[in-house]
Design a protein around this ligand. Structure first.
Ligand code: ZN
Length: 83
């Protein structure tokens, strides 16, 4: 009786292995559904950089302190002369 169970399990295992192999081959032949190149999402808003007229450091323009036609990194540098 145990021999019959052994052979049934062995045959089932072989059939399962063959099916898995065939499934793997057919999946490799078909191109994946999302094979088309995807468009990159738009980059996050790019911040414009500016340079401090006194110390020369680069920083986001949105944080600039504008005075006398120059950009400064901080209110303290506004009082100091441009380089
Ligand atoms: Zn500065």
């Amino acid at each position: 009786m145990s021999r019959i169970v052994f052979w049934i399990l062995l045959i089932g295992l072989v059939v399962f292995a063959i099916r898995a192999k065939l499934k793997g081959l057919s999946a490799r032949q078909q191109p994946p559904l999302d094979a088309q190149p995807r468009r990159q999402p738009p980059p996050a808003e790019i911040e414009t950089m500016t340079q401090c007229a006194h110390c020369g450091i680069h920083f986001p323009a949105s944080e600039a302190v504008h005075a006398d036609g120059h950009d400064y990194c901080s209110p303290g540098h506004v009082r100091l002369p441009p380089r």
